[in-house]
Structures are given as structure tokens and as C-alpha cells.
Design a protein around this ligand. Structure first.
Ligand code: AMP
Ligand code: MG
Length: 404
């Protein structure tokens, strides 16, 4: 048994301690990707009147009861009603109105026929089949009825919801603020991009990897550091980051070596440490804490460990912070195109790329799964989980996984 808690236990420990960010009212044209902070209920029926879905003719269905090819029914056209107009004459026995797509159904009419199915002149329309009452009429409220809940608080606004709000004449909505996520890289070996490469130093790739991951989630990244391996320096940046942001993601210095100072710095900054280390590989080394209700996610400096741990534990926590109701990873089953040929004494996560080319959900597993191999994270959009105590996983095996 691992001495560490499971990734789900760690994730839940932190998730249960945080609340969503504050809310603001945002105009309809800027709502894409924002998270609703209140339920939205239908205030008006859509459509608000019975209308025609086609260019055609509106009439009384009973007038066509005996219509057939040999004995068609010819109706007199009273008027033409384009979309945006209203009728002036009720439709009576033996009469019809020409209606165009979107036009309101005139009083008296209870059926519509497409013009292609008729023969017509400017004055008359001839119908060759009986039509049912209500046929080809979009009923009032067919799309949305007064009182319907359109969407619940916690939903991310997509094109469909934005359009739905607009159809209700809703010009703005109460949404959660976009969380600001501080990203702090630590390590005396780190160089800022653009600096001359000198022996022993490396470029700070984690900060830009996490910057992209945070942007991809729709949040605002705020970059700090890189900090040298000094408890005081890291602590000062944690304090600054947490005062300016809603959450902090740190990389480096979370293991147990002499220069792994992030947990001590979190402590010095006044953060409560919730857990250190989880039963997962890569990504075992980590330190998660909380300060003033704001999560602090301390990840390994090893890039593949950092990103695997981020997607598994930090990302759901950040989604909760953003107000999203659906924060947990979307679980799927995937068939490994190529297996993983080592034993897994502890829980192991494989990063990979979904392949839907044969109509089934398969996963390409990059051969290099090591925690220092950053290049094999390129294009990854799925993570599969090998349960602790598993033997080598053969090609074609099916595993549970989640989408990134
Ligand atoms: P640490 O977690 O501090 O023990 O670092 C583990 C490994 O990750 C070391 O080889 C570090 O040099 C490397 N590393 C730490 N931070 C970064 C970073 N920001 N970008 C790339 N590699 C890093
Ligand atoms: Mg280090």
C-alpha cells in the first residue's frame, strides 16, 4: 500500500475547502466561456406566436379533408404575410393566406402546406392531399415555455446558451469572475526565456506550459518568478501571488531533498498544507495547501509530473473555483493501441492522444512516459489510469481514463 493518499482523496480534500470566486454582470456579447452564477428561467415563450416553418399557404385543415389527385381543392388567397408582418384577414372556409417562413399563422388557419406541394397562381392555391390540423405550424412556446429552466448556475456559456439568452431579450447575465491563476516557478537552475544559456541552467518551461494550460481552461494566468531555491524568496512570492490572484500553482521544490523548499515556504507564508504526495506516477511529489480559501497547488519541477498532477488534481479544483458545476474530469474507457510494458506497483497515469479514426475510442500511448519527458506531452488530450499492482499492459487493453 502506498504511504500517500489517492489522487481522488487529495483532490476532494482541497475541493471541499474552496468556494467559487465572486460574481459580476457581463454583457451578452462577452459571455462565451463564462460560467453562469444563477439559474436562467424562460420569461417569454419562444416562439411567442404560432408561426410558419416554410414558405407556403395557411388554411383550415378541414377544407382539405377530401382532397386527392383527381379531386384537388382550390382555395382563394386572401393576402400574403411575409415574416415580420401580421395578417389583416381571418382565414375562412375556402380561403388561404400565403405565408413565408417565420410569418405568424393568421387567425382561422390551422395548417400550413409547403408551396412546392401545391399548384398556385397569384389568386389561388390548389392542394392535392388532406392535411392534418396543426401540420407545419411551429407552436407558441415549442422551443421554450415560460418558466422552463434554460440552464443552471455553474454552466459554461456556449454558443447555444448565448443564442438562447438573446432569444429571451436577455442582454446580460450574472456570471463568476474569471479566476486569476498565479503561476510561480521555483529553482535556482531556471533561466528566463531570452537569457543566454549557461552550463547547469535550463529554461523555465513549466511556467509557459502551465500558462497555456490555464489559458486553455479559460482562466487568466499571472506569472511570477522564477524564484531561486530560498524559503524566504519563495514565501515572499507566494504571499504576493496569493494576494493578487484567486489561486496559485507552483512548480519545483516539493520533494524531500535539501533544496526542496516549497512546502516550508508555503508554511512560512501562512498557508495550511493539506497533503504532501499522492499515490500516482508521474506526479507523486506535490504539496497542496490553502490560504484564505485560495488553493495553492505545489507541483513537481519535472514537467511531465507537473502537468499530469495538474490535470488530475489542480484542474478540477480550479474549475470549482471558477464556479463550474461540472468540475470532475470526464471519464471514458480507451483501448490502448500500444500497451505499456512495465509493471505498475502504484497507480500510474499514461498520457496519450485520442484516436477516433476507426470509429472506436482508442489511445495512442507515446513510448516515453517518464516524468522528465516533456516532448511526449505534445498533443496529449487524454490520460489513462493503470490501477496499482498491475502487470504490464498489453497492446489493445482497455483502461479507464479521462479527457484533458
Ligand atoms: P524539483 O521538483 O525542483 O526537484 O525539480 C525536478 C526537475 O525538474 C529538476 O531537474 C529541475 O531542474 C526541473 N525543473 C524544475 N523547475 C522547472 C521548470 N520551471 N521548467 C523546467 N524544468 C524544471
Ligand atoms: Mg528544485
Amino acid at each position: 500500500m502506498s504511504k500517500f493518499i489517492s489522487h481522488t482523496a487529495g483532490r476532494d480534500l482541497l475541493m471541499n475547502r474552496i468556494k467559487p470566486v465572486l460574481t459580476e454582470t457581463v454583457s451578452i456579447d462577452s459571455l462565451c466561456g463564462r460560467v453562469l452564477a444563477q439559474d436562467v428561467t424562460t420569461k417569454v415563450n419562444v416562439p411567442s406566436f404560432d408561426r410558419s416553418p416554410y414558405d407556403g399557404y395557411a388554411f383550415r385543415a378541414e377544407d382539405t379533408a377530401d382532397a386527392c389527385k383527381e379531386h384537388p381543392v382550390t382555395l382563394r388567397i386572401l393576402e400574403e404575410i411575409p415574416a415580420g408582418n401580421v395578417s389583416h384577414y381571418p382565414v375562412t372556409k375556402g380561403c388561404a393566406a400565403k405565408v413565408l417562413t417565420g410569418a405568424p399563422i393568421p387567425e382561422g388557419a390551422d395548417a400550413v402546406i409547403k408551396f412546392e406541394k401545391t399548384e398556385f397562381t397569384a389568386e389561388t392555391v390548389t392542394i392535392f392531399t388532406p392535411c392534418k390540423k396543426g401540420s407545419n405550424i411551429v407552436q407558441t412556446g415549442e422551443d421554450m415555455k415560460i418558466g422552463d429552466v434554460l440552464d443552471k448556475a455553474g454552466t459554461r456559456i456556449d454558443a447555444g446558451l448565448a443564442g438562447t439568452l438573446a432569444s429571451q431579450n436577455i442582454t446580460s447575465a450574472l456570471v463568476y469572475r474569471i479566476p486569476r491563476i498565479g503561476i510561480l516557478s521555483t529553482g535556482t537552475e531556471l533561466l528566463e526565456l531570452g537569457a543566454e544559456c549557461v552550463p547547469g541552467k535550463i529554461y523555465d518551461s513549466n511556467r509557459y506550459m502551465l500558462n497555456a494550460a490555464v489559458q486553455n481552461m479559460g482562466f487568466i494566468p499571472v506569472l511570477y518568478g522564477p524564484a531561486v531555491d530560498s524559503t524566504e524568496d519563495i514565501s515572499a512570492l507566494i504571499k504576493k501571488g496569493i494576494s493578487e490572484c484567486d489561486a496559485l500553482v507552483i512548480t519545483g521544490g516539493v520533494s524531500v531533498g535539501d533544496y526542496d523548499l516549497t512546502p516550508a515556504a508555503m508554511d512560512m507564508a501562512g498557508a495550511e498544507i493539506l497533503f504532501r504526495g499522492v499515490d500516482m506516477k508521474p506526479g507523486m511529489a506535490c504539496a497542496y495547501g490553502i490560504y484564505d480559501g485560495k488553493p495553492i497547488c505545489g507541483l513537481s519541477g519535472n514537467p511531465a509530473s507537473a502537468i499530469t498532477n495538474f490535470y488530475t488534481i489542480a484542474a478540477p479544483v480550479l474549475r470549482k473555483l471558477s464556479g463550474q458545476a461540472d468540475c470532475l474530469p470526464k471519464e471514458i474507457s480507451v483501448k490502448l493501441i500500444n500497451g505499456f510494458h512495465k509493471k505498475s506497483p502504484g497507480t500510474r497515469f499514461l498520457r496519450g492522444i485520442l484516436d477516433l479514426s476507426d470509429g472506436t475510442v482508442r489511445m495512442i500511448v507515446p513510448r516515453e512516459q517518464g516524468n522528465v519527458v516533456l516532448s511526449s506531452t505534445i498533443g496529449c488530450n487524454v490520460i489513462a489510469m493503470i490501477p496499482a499492482g498491475s502487470d504490464a499492459i498489453p497492446d489493445g487493453a482497455e483502461l479507464k481514463g479521462f479527457l484533458i
